[in-house]
Design a protein around this ligand. Structure first.
Ligand code: GDP
Length: 315
Protein backbone atom coordinates (compact mmCIF):
# COMPACT_ATOMS: atom_id res chain seq x y z
CA UNK A 1 0.00 0.00 0.00
CA UNK A 2 1.33 3.43 -0.92
CA UNK A 3 1.92 5.60 2.13
CA UNK A 4 1.61 9.37 1.86
CA UNK A 5 2.38 12.06 4.42
CA UNK A 6 0.63 15.41 4.06
CA UNK A 7 1.57 18.46 6.11
CA UNK A 8 -1.21 21.03 6.27
CA UNK A 9 -3.73 18.21 5.95
CA UNK A 10 -6.54 20.22 7.56
CA UNK A 11 -6.28 23.10 5.09
CA UNK A 12 -8.14 23.56 1.83
CA UNK A 13 -5.56 21.78 -0.34
CA UNK A 14 -4.65 19.16 2.27
CA UNK A 15 -8.25 18.06 2.72
CA UNK A 16 -8.88 17.75 -1.04
CA UNK A 17 -5.60 15.89 -1.52
CA UNK A 18 -6.32 13.53 1.40
CA UNK A 19 -9.72 12.67 -0.09
CA UNK A 20 -8.16 12.03 -3.49
CA UNK A 21 -5.39 9.78 -2.15
CA UNK A 22 -7.72 7.86 0.20
CA UNK A 23 -10.04 7.18 -2.76
CA UNK A 24 -7.03 5.69 -4.56
CA UNK A 25 -6.40 3.31 -1.66
CA UNK A 26 -3.42 5.13 -0.11
CA UNK A 27 -2.54 5.00 3.56
CA UNK A 28 -2.63 8.72 4.35
CA UNK A 29 -0.82 10.29 7.28
CA UNK A 30 -1.36 13.94 8.11
CA UNK A 31 0.35 16.48 10.32
CA UNK A 32 -2.02 18.58 12.41
CA UNK A 33 -1.17 21.47 14.72
CA UNK A 34 -3.46 20.41 17.56
CA UNK A 35 -5.97 17.73 18.42
CA UNK A 36 -8.92 20.10 17.97
CA UNK A 37 -8.52 20.27 14.19
CA UNK A 38 -10.96 18.65 11.83
CA UNK A 39 -9.11 15.87 9.98
CA UNK A 40 -10.53 14.05 6.93
CA UNK A 41 -11.98 10.69 7.98
CA UNK A 42 -9.47 7.93 7.27
CA UNK A 43 -6.34 10.05 7.73
CA UNK A 44 -3.88 8.96 10.44
CA UNK A 45 -3.32 12.23 12.30
CA UNK A 46 0.00 13.18 13.90
CA UNK A 47 -0.09 16.15 16.23
CA UNK A 48 2.91 18.40 15.71
CA UNK A 49 3.33 22.18 15.77
CA UNK A 50 5.78 22.85 12.96
CA UNK A 51 6.30 26.40 14.25
CA UNK A 52 8.04 25.24 17.42
CA UNK A 53 8.79 21.56 17.00
CA UNK A 54 11.49 19.91 14.87
CA UNK A 55 9.98 16.43 15.24
CA UNK A 56 8.96 16.35 11.56
CA UNK A 57 12.29 14.64 10.70
CA UNK A 58 11.58 11.86 13.20
CA UNK A 59 8.04 11.48 11.90
CA UNK A 60 9.33 11.05 8.34
CA UNK A 61 11.88 8.48 9.56
CA UNK A 62 9.16 6.59 11.47
CA UNK A 63 6.59 6.51 8.67
CA UNK A 64 8.98 6.23 5.70
CA UNK A 65 6.27 7.51 3.36
CA UNK A 66 6.51 6.90 -0.40
CA UNK A 67 5.12 10.36 -1.08
CA UNK A 68 5.41 13.52 1.01
CA UNK A 69 3.28 16.55 0.23
CA UNK A 70 4.40 19.69 2.03
CA UNK A 71 1.34 21.92 2.14
CA UNK A 72 1.80 23.38 5.63
CA UNK A 73 2.54 27.09 5.50
CA UNK A 74 1.60 30.46 6.81
CA UNK A 75 -0.71 30.90 3.83
CA UNK A 76 -1.56 34.58 3.84
CA UNK A 77 0.70 37.03 2.02
CA UNK A 78 -0.83 39.83 4.09
CA UNK A 79 -0.14 38.07 7.41
CA UNK A 80 3.44 37.30 6.35
CA UNK A 81 4.19 41.02 6.76
CA UNK A 82 2.93 40.80 10.37
CA UNK A 83 4.89 37.59 11.08
CA UNK A 84 7.97 37.46 8.84
CA UNK A 85 10.04 35.27 11.18
CA UNK A 86 7.24 32.73 11.66
CA UNK A 87 6.80 32.75 7.87
CA UNK A 88 10.51 32.02 7.43
CA UNK A 89 10.21 29.11 9.83
CA UNK A 90 7.01 27.52 8.47
CA UNK A 91 7.44 28.25 4.76
CA UNK A 92 11.23 27.89 4.69
CA UNK A 93 13.17 26.23 7.52
CA UNK A 94 10.68 23.38 7.95
CA UNK A 95 11.22 22.45 4.28
CA UNK A 96 14.97 22.18 4.99
CA UNK A 97 14.29 19.86 7.93
CA UNK A 98 12.01 17.70 5.81
CA UNK A 99 14.35 17.46 2.82
CA UNK A 100 17.32 16.60 5.05
CA UNK A 101 15.29 13.76 6.59
CA UNK A 102 14.22 12.54 3.15
CA UNK A 103 17.82 12.55 1.91
CA UNK A 104 18.98 10.33 4.79
CA UNK A 105 16.35 7.72 3.89
CA UNK A 106 16.93 8.04 0.12
CA UNK A 107 20.70 7.72 0.57
CA UNK A 108 20.16 4.51 2.55
CA UNK A 109 18.11 3.23 -0.37
CA UNK A 110 15.30 2.06 1.94
CA UNK A 111 12.39 3.79 0.26
CA UNK A 112 12.13 5.84 -2.92
CA UNK A 113 10.49 8.96 -1.46
CA UNK A 114 8.83 11.49 -3.74
CA UNK A 115 8.78 14.95 -2.14
CA UNK A 116 6.23 17.46 -3.41
CA UNK A 117 6.57 21.08 -2.35
CA UNK A 118 3.53 23.32 -2.73
CA UNK A 119 5.23 26.40 -4.09
CA UNK A 120 3.52 29.60 -5.09
CA UNK A 121 3.24 32.24 -7.83
CA UNK A 122 4.42 34.64 -5.10
CA UNK A 123 8.03 33.47 -5.73
CA UNK A 124 7.88 35.62 -8.90
CA UNK A 125 6.90 38.70 -6.89
CA UNK A 126 5.58 41.43 -9.19
CA UNK A 127 6.61 39.80 -12.49
CA UNK A 128 7.50 41.89 -15.52
CA UNK A 129 7.09 38.88 -17.83
CA UNK A 130 3.63 37.55 -18.65
CA UNK A 131 2.64 34.78 -18.57
CA UNK A 132 5.10 33.26 -16.10
CA UNK A 133 6.57 29.80 -16.54
CA UNK A 134 9.18 27.60 -14.84
CA UNK A 135 11.99 29.77 -16.30
CA UNK A 136 10.64 33.10 -15.01
CA UNK A 137 13.03 34.89 -12.65
CA UNK A 138 12.38 34.19 -8.98
CA UNK A 139 12.11 37.64 -7.42
CA UNK A 140 9.77 37.73 -4.40
CA UNK A 141 8.22 40.93 -3.03
CA UNK A 142 6.79 39.68 0.29
CA UNK A 143 8.06 37.69 3.29
CA UNK A 144 5.69 34.93 2.13
CA UNK A 145 7.18 34.93 -1.36
CA UNK A 146 10.75 35.11 -0.04
CA UNK A 147 10.28 32.08 2.20
CA UNK A 148 8.58 30.13 -0.60
CA UNK A 149 11.44 31.13 -2.92
CA UNK A 150 13.98 29.77 -0.43
CA UNK A 151 12.04 26.49 -0.26
CA UNK A 152 11.81 26.37 -4.07
CA UNK A 153 15.60 26.78 -4.25
CA UNK A 154 16.12 24.07 -1.63
CA UNK A 155 13.97 21.63 -3.59
CA UNK A 156 16.18 22.26 -6.64
CA UNK A 157 19.33 21.78 -4.57
CA UNK A 158 18.14 18.49 -3.07
CA UNK A 159 17.00 17.32 -6.50
CA UNK A 160 20.54 17.93 -7.76
CA UNK A 161 21.72 15.91 -4.75
CA UNK A 162 19.60 12.94 -5.83
CA UNK A 163 16.35 13.44 -3.91
CA UNK A 164 13.16 13.07 -6.01
CA UNK A 165 11.84 16.50 -5.02
CA UNK A 166 9.44 18.57 -7.13
CA UNK A 167 8.33 22.16 -6.70
CA UNK A 168 4.79 22.70 -7.91
CA UNK A 169 4.27 26.42 -8.43
CA UNK A 170 0.60 26.91 -7.66
CA UNK A 171 -1.30 30.00 -8.73
CA UNK A 172 -4.31 31.06 -6.63
CA UNK A 173 -6.81 28.24 -6.27
CA UNK A 174 -10.11 28.60 -4.54
CA UNK A 175 -13.09 26.64 -3.25
CA UNK A 176 -15.76 26.83 -0.55
CA UNK A 177 -13.05 25.58 1.84
CA UNK A 178 -11.07 28.83 1.56
CA UNK A 179 -11.06 30.91 4.75
CA UNK A 180 -12.20 34.54 4.59
CA UNK A 181 -8.60 35.75 4.93
CA UNK A 182 -8.50 35.24 1.14
CA UNK A 183 -10.25 37.82 -1.00
CA UNK A 184 -12.36 35.28 -2.91
CA UNK A 185 -14.11 33.81 0.11
CA UNK A 186 -14.31 37.22 1.76
CA UNK A 187 -16.24 38.39 -1.31
CA UNK A 188 -18.53 35.36 -1.69
CA UNK A 189 -19.39 35.28 2.03
CA UNK A 190 -20.18 39.01 1.96
CA UNK A 191 -22.21 38.72 -1.27
CA UNK A 192 -24.34 36.04 0.40
CA UNK A 193 -24.85 38.10 3.57
CA UNK A 194 -25.64 41.27 1.61
CA UNK A 195 -28.16 39.48 -0.62
CA UNK A 196 -29.99 38.31 2.51
CA UNK A 197 -29.92 41.79 4.09
CA UNK A 198 -27.51 40.70 6.83
CA UNK A 199 -24.76 43.13 5.81
CA UNK A 200 -24.72 46.49 4.02
CA UNK A 201 -21.26 46.92 2.49
CA UNK A 202 -17.95 45.17 1.89
CA UNK A 203 -14.54 46.76 2.46
CA UNK A 204 -11.73 45.68 0.13
CA UNK A 205 -8.21 46.72 -0.87
CA UNK A 206 -6.78 46.64 -4.39
CA UNK A 207 -9.71 46.01 -6.76
CA UNK A 208 -7.47 46.22 -9.82
CA UNK A 209 -5.18 43.30 -8.86
CA UNK A 210 -5.47 40.51 -11.42
CA UNK A 211 -5.08 36.91 -10.36
CA UNK A 212 -5.09 33.58 -12.17
CA UNK A 213 -7.77 31.82 -10.09
CA UNK A 214 -8.30 28.07 -10.45
CA UNK A 215 -10.33 25.36 -8.71
CA UNK A 216 -8.57 23.91 -5.65
CA UNK A 217 -9.40 20.19 -6.28
CA UNK A 218 -7.74 20.53 -9.71
CA UNK A 219 -4.59 21.77 -7.94
CA UNK A 220 -4.64 18.84 -5.49
CA UNK A 221 -4.82 16.58 -8.54
CA UNK A 222 -1.78 18.37 -10.01
CA UNK A 223 0.21 17.67 -6.83
CA UNK A 224 -0.64 13.96 -7.03
CA UNK A 225 0.30 13.88 -10.72
CA UNK A 226 3.66 15.49 -9.95
CA UNK A 227 4.33 12.74 -7.39
CA UNK A 228 3.46 10.05 -9.93
CA UNK A 229 5.70 11.50 -12.64
CA UNK A 230 8.87 9.51 -13.28
CA UNK A 231 11.11 12.57 -13.07
CA UNK A 232 11.03 15.12 -10.27
CA UNK A 233 10.82 18.62 -11.72
CA UNK A 234 9.31 22.11 -11.37
CA UNK A 235 5.79 22.69 -12.69
CA UNK A 236 3.65 25.81 -12.95
CA UNK A 237 -0.03 25.06 -12.24
CA UNK A 238 -2.40 27.77 -13.43
CA UNK A 239 -5.40 28.30 -15.70
CA UNK A 240 -3.72 30.81 -18.03
CA UNK A 241 -6.61 33.28 -17.56
CA UNK A 242 -6.61 36.19 -15.14
CA UNK A 243 -9.43 38.27 -13.69
CA UNK A 244 -9.38 41.36 -11.51
CA UNK A 245 -10.68 41.44 -7.95
CA UNK A 246 -13.33 43.81 -9.36
CA UNK A 247 -14.42 41.11 -11.86
CA UNK A 248 -14.65 38.63 -9.02
CA UNK A 249 -16.85 41.01 -7.03
CA UNK A 250 -19.15 41.69 -10.00
CA UNK A 251 -19.52 37.98 -10.81
CA UNK A 252 -20.13 36.98 -7.18
CA UNK A 253 -22.65 39.74 -6.42
CA UNK A 254 -24.54 39.05 -9.64
CA UNK A 255 -24.71 35.36 -8.74
CA UNK A 256 -26.04 36.29 -5.28
CA UNK A 257 -28.71 38.49 -6.90
CA UNK A 258 -27.21 41.83 -5.79
CA UNK A 259 -27.30 44.19 -8.77
CA UNK A 260 -26.01 47.41 -7.12
CA UNK A 261 -22.61 45.96 -6.22
CA UNK A 262 -20.77 49.21 -7.06
CA UNK A 263 -22.62 50.92 -4.19
CA UNK A 264 -21.87 48.06 -1.80
CA UNK A 265 -18.07 48.00 -2.06
CA UNK A 266 -15.79 50.47 -0.30
CA UNK A 267 -12.02 50.62 -0.70
CA UNK A 268 -9.73 50.99 2.29
CA UNK A 269 -6.07 51.95 2.03
CA UNK A 270 -5.36 49.81 5.09
CA UNK A 271 -6.06 46.72 2.99
CA UNK A 272 -3.56 47.65 0.25
CA UNK A 273 -0.33 45.66 0.27
CA UNK A 274 3.30 46.50 -0.31
CA UNK A 275 4.70 44.63 -3.31
CA UNK A 276 1.28 43.40 -4.47
CA UNK A 277 1.60 42.03 -8.03
CA UNK A 278 -0.64 43.94 -10.45
CA UNK A 279 -1.04 40.86 -12.64
CA UNK A 280 -0.29 37.19 -12.12
CA UNK A 281 -0.77 34.85 -15.04
CA UNK A 282 0.64 31.35 -15.24
CA UNK A 283 1.60 29.24 -18.24
CA UNK A 284 0.97 25.58 -17.35
CA UNK A 285 2.02 24.18 -20.75
CA UNK A 286 4.74 22.03 -19.19
CA UNK A 287 2.28 20.45 -16.72
CA UNK A 288 -0.15 19.84 -19.55
CA UNK A 289 2.47 18.13 -21.68
CA UNK A 290 4.31 16.13 -19.03
CA UNK A 291 1.65 15.51 -16.37
CA UNK A 292 -1.42 15.54 -18.63
CA UNK A 293 -2.91 18.16 -16.28
CA UNK A 294 -5.54 20.68 -17.35
CA UNK A 295 -7.88 22.85 -15.29
CA UNK A 296 -11.47 21.55 -15.37
CA UNK A 297 -13.49 24.35 -13.74
CA UNK A 298 -13.93 27.83 -15.22
CA UNK A 299 -13.82 31.16 -13.37
CA UNK A 300 -17.62 31.69 -13.43
CA UNK A 301 -18.20 28.17 -12.15
CA UNK A 302 -15.73 28.65 -9.30
CA UNK A 303 -17.38 31.90 -8.23
CA UNK A 304 -20.86 30.37 -8.50
CA UNK A 305 -19.92 27.29 -6.46
CA UNK A 306 -18.52 29.48 -3.70
CA UNK A 307 -21.47 31.91 -3.64
CA UNK A 308 -24.01 29.05 -3.69
CA UNK A 309 -22.18 27.38 -0.82
CA UNK A 310 -22.22 30.60 1.22
CA UNK A 311 -25.91 31.18 0.51
CA UNK A 312 -26.69 27.59 1.56
CA UNK A 313 -24.76 28.08 4.82
CA UNK A 314 -27.02 31.02 5.70
CA UNK A 315 -30.35 29.52 4.75
P1 GDP B 1 -2.92 35.84 -2.25
O1 GDP B 1 -2.70 36.18 -3.68
O2 GDP B 1 -2.47 34.45 -1.92
O3 GDP B 1 -2.40 36.82 -1.31
O4 GDP B 1 -4.52 35.76 -2.08
P2 GDP B 1 -5.57 36.84 -1.55
O5 GDP B 1 -6.91 36.27 -1.88
O6 GDP B 1 -5.32 37.18 -0.12
O7 GDP B 1 -5.30 38.16 -2.42
C1 GDP B 1 -5.51 38.20 -3.81
C2 GDP B 1 -5.49 39.62 -4.30
O8 GDP B 1 -6.64 40.31 -3.79
C3 GDP B 1 -4.27 40.43 -3.84
O9 GDP B 1 -3.82 41.22 -4.93
C4 GDP B 1 -4.85 41.37 -2.77
O10 GDP B 1 -4.15 42.60 -2.65
C5 GDP B 1 -6.24 41.60 -3.32
N1 GDP B 1 -7.21 42.09 -2.34
C6 GDP B 1 -7.98 43.20 -2.49
N2 GDP B 1 -8.74 43.38 -1.39
C7 GDP B 1 -8.45 42.37 -0.54
C8 GDP B 1 -8.95 42.04 0.76
O11 GDP B 1 -9.80 42.70 1.34
N3 GDP B 1 -8.43 40.89 1.32
C9 GDP B 1 -7.49 40.13 0.69
N4 GDP B 1 -7.04 39.00 1.29
N5 GDP B 1 -6.99 40.44 -0.52
C10 GDP B 1 -7.47 41.56 -1.14
Amino acid sequence: MTRALITGVTGQDGSYLAELLLARGYEVHGVTRDAGEDVTHGVVAHELDLATDSAIAKLIADIEPHEIYNLAALSSVYQSWQNPALTARLNGAVVAEMLAAVKVISDRGDVDIRFIQASSAEIFGAPTESPQNEQTAVCPTSPYGAAKAYAHGLVGAYRTAGVAASSVILYNHESPRRPETFVTRKITAAAARISLGLQETLELGNLGAQRDWGWAPDYADALARAAQNTNADDFVIATGISHSVRDFVATAFTRAGVSDWQDRVTVSDTLLRTGDAALQLGDASKAREILGWTPTVKFDEIVSAMVDHDLALLS
